[in-house]
Design a protein around this ligand. Structure first.
Ligand code: MV4
Length: 450
């Protein structure tokens, strides 16, 4: 097992990783920018190193600073959390070159899944269902038109280097196609320095369902069920839940086993999430994330498996703690991301938290790194905390969530708490009848104005 783990992140995920390290008895090193000197993960870590000024590019994204922090503290492993360098293959490689373990997949798998065309090609080769579309990038407008006619309009132009909704353009008719291609290429070039684009059939009202996987890097892998992440605004997830209200056990087992088998074939190591669109009973692979995700607690609550602890154990060479037959799903879990934002405009609302009180009780978990008097810095994401609730059934979970939301107090800044208090009273939400555009349509029709 590792002698000392450096957590190359901040906020709630740094605290989350730190907790797993402590439970394994592994000393921890926190890193922080000069804006995060008073952060919770710094207070609770065994050691801390200031790695630079507030801008992420000078601190949390600064590989030489992170390497130096490893050298001076003697950390022999790094956990990247999510965001920042968590899916940066070069960072993983540099650590390995310096004899420091990267707690995550191999650089090769990070690189493959970071290229959306390569990821899709790999998924298809492994027998995972994909969205109909081009075989790889499209090089000319004529080729794109031929493919679009073949798969049928509307089509979606996507950037190979994109992901998370960046660099996507819908073409609803032939007349739209050339401008969609030009705009997508230009945006991709500007955003990623890579203007390769590919085409897919545009699915109009799908759900976003992702499968959690865990592999030991030596050919064993399991799936840990799904999370339904359809409630999103501008590609920012707001509410995630598991199991999906749209899936039954046989659909879950089928897609789960398909994904687990694929992960065994490539000898995937660590935690990963395979993202699908789900429409009319069919799954369509869109992307794979090679990191622990914000919403991982939903899976932890319904499987009783500590995903971060498993990440660390597997990275240190241990076998998986469980086989597929050992994994049982119980109950239902919902996560609400409470952000320091206006609940209607979503305009960021950084500032000092005047009063802070978190809900409790059976089946209520709050993953947060803020406290009363904490000053939320404007430099990073606006996450205040994740409210994760578990119940024996979805109905019980919703009742408990409604109660927990009423207990949650965050004064001094605006938060998205009022949005969730409205959602837990919405018939479509109570019925689980929603898709990826539902939230934006709810907000557009003034759902928050009542
Ligand atoms: C799609 C799609 C419809 N059809 N692909 C958005 C980000 C990235 N995960 C892929 N995304 C989409 N890809 C096809 N062929 C719709 C989206 C999409 C979306 C997907 C999941 C959750 C929210 C979304 C919001 C807008 C668009």
């Amino acid at each position: 097992m590792f002698d000392k783990i450096l957590i190359a992140n901040r906020g709630e995920i740094a605290l989350r990783v730190l907790r797993a390290c402590k439970e394994l008895g592994i000393p921890t090193v926190a890193v922080h920018s000069t804006a995060d000197g008073d952060a919770m993960h710094v207070r609770l870590a065994d050691e801390s190193v200031c790695i630079g000024p507030p801008p992420a590019k000078d601190s949390y994204l600064n590989i030489p600073s992170l390497l130096a922090a490893c050298e001076i503290t003697g950390a022999d492993a790094v956990h990247p959390g999510y965001g920042f360098l968590s899916e940066n293959a070069r960072f993983a490689e540099i650590l390995e070159e310096h004899g420091i373990d990267f707690i995550g997949p191999s650089p090769e798998h990070i690189r493959i899944m970071g290229d959306k065309i390569e990821a899709k090609r790999t998924a298809k080769r492994l027998g995972i269902p994909v969205v109909p579309g081009s075989e790889g990038g499209v090089s000319s407008n004529d080729e794109a038109l031929r493919i679009a006619r073949d798969i049928g309009f509307p089509v979606l132009v996507k950037a190979a280097a994109g992901g998370g909704g960046r660099g996507m353009k819908v073409a609803r008719t032939e007349a739209d196609l050339s401008s969609a291609l030009a705009t997508a290429r230009a945006e991709a070039k500007a955003a990623f320095g890579d203007d390769v684009v590919y085409l897919e059939k545009y699915l109009q009202r799908p759900r976003h369902i992702e499968i959690q996987v865990l592999g030991d890097g030596r050919g064993r892998a399991v799936h840990l069920g799904e999370r339904d992440c359809s409630l999103q605004r501008r590609h920012q997830k707001v509410w995630e839940e598991g199991p999906s209200p749209a899936l039954n056990a046989s659909a879950r087992d089928a897609i789960g086993e398909t994904v687990a088998k694929a992960m065994r074939q490539i000898k995937y190591r660590g935690a990963g999430t395979v993202e699908f669109l789900y429409e009319d009973g069919a799954f369509y692979f869109i992307e794979m994330n090679t990191r622990i995700q914000v919403e991982h607690p939903v899976t932890e609550m319904i499987t009783d498996i500590d995903l971060v602890l498993e990440q660390i154990r597997v990275a240190a060479g241990s076998d998986l703690s469980m086989e597929q037959k050992d994994i049982k799903f119980h109950g239902h879990s919902i996560e609400c991301r409470v952000n320091a934002e206006n609940p209607v405009s979503f305009r960021p609302s950084p500032g000092r938290i005047a009063h802070y009180h978190t809900p409790g009780g059976l089946g209520v978990r709050v993953d947060s790194a803020v406290y009363q008097g904490y000053l939320i810095p404007p430099y990073y994401d606006s996450l205040v905390g994740k409210l994760i609730v578990h119940g024996k059934t979805r109905t019980e979970c919703l009742m408990r969530l409604r109660r927990a939301l009423d207990e949650y107090v965050v004064d001094g800044i605006e938060t998205t708490l009022p949005l969730f208090r409205a959602l837990v009273r919405e018939p479509d939400i109570l019925d689980g009848q929603y898709h990826i555009h539902w939230l934006e349509q709810f907000l557009a029709r003034g759902g928050m104005d009542s």
